[in-house]
Design a protein around this ligand. Structure first.
Ligand code: PLP
Length: 414
């Protein structure tokens, strides 16, 4: 029995059975309870240790139990955790300062998740077109096939993957879709919309859809098209932002400036927070009491995010993420070369990497993920067949070697 547990007298099997009886059946969870972590390592309640290449889905940017983050959260919780947006708080202001310092943005709205940040962006874009740009007919949104933007009604409608819409129809009106990376398809959508597109929402790198980078030049061309048509350009950097690619934001890679950007995941290092950033002009689509969030910008979450950003800057984690990411990319390429019957290719940048597996009746993703876990490596499969590697930004080359060794063995046996 596990004495450092809320359930010291129950076996893991018993807890799993209770979970499966009483949670809504929304997830296919792996059958382990994670109880603690340190750096890139996590432990389950049975004492097994895992190398964490998932990082809570690109969230634990400083790894687990980072001393600076722990101390910041502890100190802040002793001062004030929540006060609502009826009042100002200093951590939110300091975080806003940081975010506007390192990005194109002049203004920030805080929420609690990626979907909420995207909701805020879509609402702001529509209201900006009506009240500031005085283009009231520009009510439509254009997003991309194979994208992922969240699970609220607007964001799941923007998500260009029918499997996420199934059973939830009717979806929200006013959404159109083009093909990611295909400028002609975007031009066609603008033509068909006859001036009604008010904003284009795009992930600069498609993440959940299977890790696809756009062809070089696509994002700059999209920027030009949006400007020509009077549409706002919204970058969903929920997964790509805050150092994941080796830059603060993926928009820097091709120097394309959006009008609005959304963040979440890595920003709080594990403490839930989302943010929508925009230019001064666009921000005035909102006025007092037009959009709000009870928990948004609370001092605990913003203090945590501030410490994440300070640590990334102080410890040179952007360059580090790029360098270790290149090393990881080379290692994954070596696996592709070594196992051509099982691996197709590797894609990604920085510490945002995917390994596409051959899709056939072997269902390799569903076999390799649990086998890696049993051998002490956490990874996950997106789009059914792409193993995703989004480790903490503090990961070292030695950890990458250890992960690749397990992966090599598991792929060989799969
Ligand atoms: N946008 C992107 C690009 C994402 O990858 C995700 C989550 O995976 C979201 C939005 C939704 O974020 P959340 O789950 O925090 O609502």
């Amino acid at each position: 029995m596990n004495i450092d547990s809320l359930f010291p007298d129950e076996t893991t099997g018993e807890l799993l059975a209770r979970a499966s009886s009483h949670y809504t059946p929304s997830y296919r969870q792996q059958p382990i309870f994670l109880t603690r972590g340190e750096g890139v390592w996590v432990w389950d309640r049975n004492g097994n240790r895992y190398l964490d290449m998932v990082a809570g889905i690109a969230v634990n940017s400083l790894g687990h139990a980072h001393p600076r983050l722990v101390q910041a959260i502890r100190e802040q919780s002793e001062k004030i955790i929540h006060c609502s947006s009826l009042y100002h708080n200093e951590p939110a202001l300091a975080l806003m300062d940081r975010l506007t310092d390192v990005s194109f943005a002049d203004r920030v709205f805080f929420g609690n998740s990626g979907a909420e940040a995207n909701e805020a962006a879509l609402k702001l874009a529509r209201r900006y077109q009506k009240t500031v740009a005085r283009q009231p007919d520009k009510t439509d949104f254009l997003s991309f096939n194979n994208s992922f933007h969240g699970r609220t009604y607007a964001t799941v409608t923007a998500t260009g993957q029918p499997k996420y819409h199934e059973g939830f129809e009717p979806m929200m009106p006013g959404f159109r879709y083009a093909d990611f990376g295909d400028l002609a398809s975007v031009e066609r959508a603008f033509e068909q919309a006859e001036g009604r597109i008010g904003a284009v929402l795009v992930e600069p790198i498609q993440c959940e859809g299977g890790l696809f980078l756009p062809p070089k030049g696509f994002l700059p061309a999209l920027r030009k098209l949006c400007t020509r048509h009077g549409a706002l350009l919204i970058f969903d950097e929920v997964q790509t932002g805050i150092g994941r690619t080796g830059e603060w934001f993926a928009y820097e890679i091709e120097a394309v400036t959006p009008d609005i950007m959304t963040l979440a995941k890595g920003l709080g290092g594990g403490v839930p927070i989302g943010a929508m950033l925009c230019s001064d002009e666009v921000a005035f689509g909102f006025g007092p009491a037009t959009h709000a969030s009870t928990f948004g910008g609370n001092p605990l979450a913003t203090r945590a995010a501030l410490e994440v950003m300070r640590t990334i800057a102080d410890d040179g984690l952007l360059d580090h993420a790029f360098e270790v990411g290149e090393y990881l990319g080379q290692g994954l390429q070596a696996l592709v070369d070594k196992h051509p019957g099982k691996c197709v290719e590797t894609r990604g940048v920085g510490l945002l990497r995917g390994l596409e597996l051959v899709a056939d009746e072997r269902n390799l993703g569903a076999t390799i993920v649990p086998e890696c876990r049993d051998q002490g490596l956490l990874t996950n499969a997106i789009a059914g067949k792409v193993l995703r590697f989004v480790p903490p930004l503090i990961v070292e080359k030695g950890h990458v070697d250890a992960a690749l060794e397990i992966l090599d063995r598991v792929i060989a046996e799969a």
